[in-house]
Write a protein that binds this ligand. Structure first.
Ligand code: DCP
Ligand code: MG
Ligand code: MG
Length: 368
């Protein structure tokens, strides 16, 4: 076979990662034009110990970021404009953007309300290249929703996700096949999925600051430092990530987890985090009409011991409050241990089939 017949797609996958810029804050600026150009945040009131969910890029020039206390945000920028969250609107924008994505390829995996992976390998022709698809996608989102997304184009999930963050806001970053290592090499180690602030500190203490410095270690070093994740962390450092794009119909669970900025043993703080994570999962389930019978809580203590506790219920759950009730109960049972925690996760699995769950929801809405 003549080699010039070989399209890139036969050797490489083409993955796009797309993510809205300052999602909640941008929706507020779009719907209230007087907020354009201003430092805007979405989040709870400072007097209620609210935190920043989303900060406009104008607010970020003052050092304001997601997850910082609202009171601190006001200290950084007294002229800050705060808007309360309008989740219904964000959910509806999310469902519209996912429809745009799915009109390009059925292989869309949403990661949260504002971001998704698209596997566009099969859309590629000699004229229509993945970067052109990505540009067309950005234009459609702008034309139809008046919002900007940033996209990364690469040969794997890991590379395209890192790439989409490189030219935010309103940017595109293309990592050509074969240049993954070069692209990743100068980036800080925490750009790799799964390397959080604590692991980063540990690696920095060994003199490893960049992905390139990490990538030269051999497999046994990775296995002794990352345990069973060693091989996949090493592969990601080398730009190889075989994880497929999984559409929600194929998904077996939804979860959300967070590494705490400071380890905590405070029941109030831990409960609040569990409520927030349950909300993330509830939003994912509700937006897809999926309900699950098993709720799982994951806790990693300061000494890196991870435990998972789960409970299955006969009546499947979907709403944030239903998930939170169970997750908080599971948490309460662990709090007797007086541990301090560094990571918390909440997940739901054991789904009805999508069709069944929509029927069931319909019955519930009809007052069955
Ligand atoms: N979010 C939140 N709490 C966080 C982080 C995010 O409630 N700690 C919400 C608000 C964000 C949305 O999720 O608008 C999307 O999260 P992103 O991490 O994509 O952040 P943004 O879209 O706000 O900004 P960026 O331009 O960096 O993507
Ligand atoms: Mg975003
Ligand atoms: Mg996002």
């Amino acid at each position: 076979m003549p080699t010039d017949d070989l399209r890139l797609s036969e050797q490489y996958k083409a993955i796009i990662h797309a993510d809205f810029d300052a999602f909640y804050a941008s929706v507020e600026q779009r719907d209230y034009p007087e907020l354009n150009g201003k430092p805007v945040v979405v989040g709870g009131k400072p007097e209620n110990r609210g935190v920043v969910a989303s900060a406009s890029y104008e607010a970020r020039t003052f050092g304001i970021r997601s997850a910082i206390p609202m009171s601190r945000a006001y200290r950084l920028c007294p002229q800050l404009v705060r808007r309360p969250a309008r989740f219904e609107i964000y959910r509806s924008v999310s469902s519209k953007v996912m429809d745009i994505f799915r009109s390009i390829t059925p292989l869309v995996e949403s990661l949260s309300l504002d971001e998704a992976y698209l596997d566009v390998t099969e859309c590629e022709t000699s004229e229509i290249t993945p970067p052109l698809i990505a540009q067309a996608l950005r234009k459609r989102v702008w034309d139809e929703l008046s919002l900007t997304i940033s996209v990364g184009v690469g040969t794997s999930k890991c590379v395209s996700k890192i790439a989409s963050d490189m030219n935010k806001p309103d940017g595109i970053t293309v990592v050509r096949p074969g240049t993954e290592r070069q692209f990743l090499s100068p980036l800080p180690v925490q750009s790799i999925w799964g390397i959080g602030p604590k692991t980063m500190e540990r690696l920095n203490s060994y003199g490893i600051n960049t992905i390139g410095e990490l990538a030269i270690r051999d497999i046994s070093w990775f296995e002794s430092n990352f345990g069973s994740n060693g091989r996949s962390v090493r592969n990601m450092c080398l730009g190889e990530d075989p994880r497929p794009v999984i559409t929600h119909r194929q998904r077996k669970s939804f979860s959300s987890e967070t590494t705490l900025v400071d380890d905590s043993e405070d029941p109030e703080i831990l409960r609040e985090i569990v409520i927030r994570l349950s909300n993330d999962v509830g939003v994912s389930l509700s937006s897809r009409g999926v309900r699950g019978k098993t709720v799982k809580l994951k806790l990693r203590s300061s000494d890196f011991v991870t435990v998972t506790r789960q409970r299955s219920v006969t009546e499947p759950v979907q709403l944030s409050s239903e998930i939170a009730d169970i997750a908080i109960d599971l948490l309460s049972q662990e709090l007797n241990q007086k541990n301090s925690y560094r990571l918390i996760g909440v997940g739901v699995s054991g789904f009805d089939s999508l069709e069944n769950s929509q029927d069931a929801m319909q019955l519930r809405l009809e007052g069955f």
